[in-house]
Design a protein around this ligand. Structure first.
Ligand SMILES: Cc1cc2nc3c(=O)[nH]c(=O)nc-3n(C[C@H](O)[C@H](O)[C@H](O)COP(=O)(O)O)c2cc1C
Length: 198
């Protein structure tokens, strides 16, 4: 096992049980550890019409059920930050295992920006006006409750105003630098169980 300290010598000294000085970690060792954290892939949408943009995230998490709130980390340098801060609303779209291309588009892999990221998929609008993906596992329409700027990112806290549930398909997961799937598409499950056509 490799142990890398992320504590600076000064803060190590102030901790009664701090370990003796090990070399401070470089950012890559932090990234190497976080690669092992499997995450569900969501697309965050924000803005309206030609002013729409969005991004792919794995940092989306539930904050509280009562009231229903979610949070995610948003890079301050991303093109979505200023649009989300202005519109004060966003959509969360949980991707299924067949929607990897949508994840790539919203990550800007081929250089798409803004409204171009919405090409090739069907969208409707939630109560707040946020775009919601047809065929997603589930979508959440959210109002921004708080934006907390920390380091390179903002913690976005969203109050959920509307929930739409899709099918029971396989989920798109990101793990160790690549997309994976979890579960079966509903159609595959029916075929495997010999239930197709019933
Ligand atoms: C699997 C995956 C997960 C990501 N998760 C986040 C995230 O949680 N927060 C974030 O700000 N960017 C995340 N990104 C990066 C954004 O999707 C996007 O690439 C970035 O915001 C640059 O977008 P821009 O071209 O609009 O500036 C992720 C990218 C991928 C491929």
């Amino acid at each position: 096992m490799t142990v890398v300290s992320l504590v600076t010598p000064a803060s190590t000294a102030s901790r009664p049980f701090g370990r003796a000085a090990a070399a401070p970690a470089e950012a890559p060792s932090f990234r190497a550890a976080l690669r092992h954290l499997a995450g569900g892939v969501s697309v965050i949408t924000t803005g309206q019409g030609a002013d729409r943009t969005g991004l792919t995230v794995t940092s989306l998490a539930s904050l509280s059920a009562e009231p229903p709130t979610v949070m995610f980390g948003l890079n301050l340098s991303s093109s979505s930050f200023s649009v989300l801060a202005r519109h004060r609303s966003f959509g969360v779209n949980f991707l299924n295992a067949t929607q990897k291309q949508i994840a790539d588009r919203f990550a800007g892999r081929a250089g798409e920006k803004g409204e171009a990221r919405y090409a090739g998929a069907n969208w409707s609008e939630g109560l707040t006006g946020a775009p919601l993906l047809e065929g997603a596992l589930a979508t959440l329409d959210c109002e921004v409750e708080e934006l907390i700027e920390r380091h390179s990112h903002a913690i976005v806290i969203g109050r959920v105003r509307e929930v739409r549930l899709g099918g029971e398909d396989a989920a798109l997961i990101y793990w160790r630098g690549d997309y994976e799937r979890l579960g079966w598409m509903a159609e595959e499950a029916r075929t495997a169980l010999g239930l197709r056509g019933i």
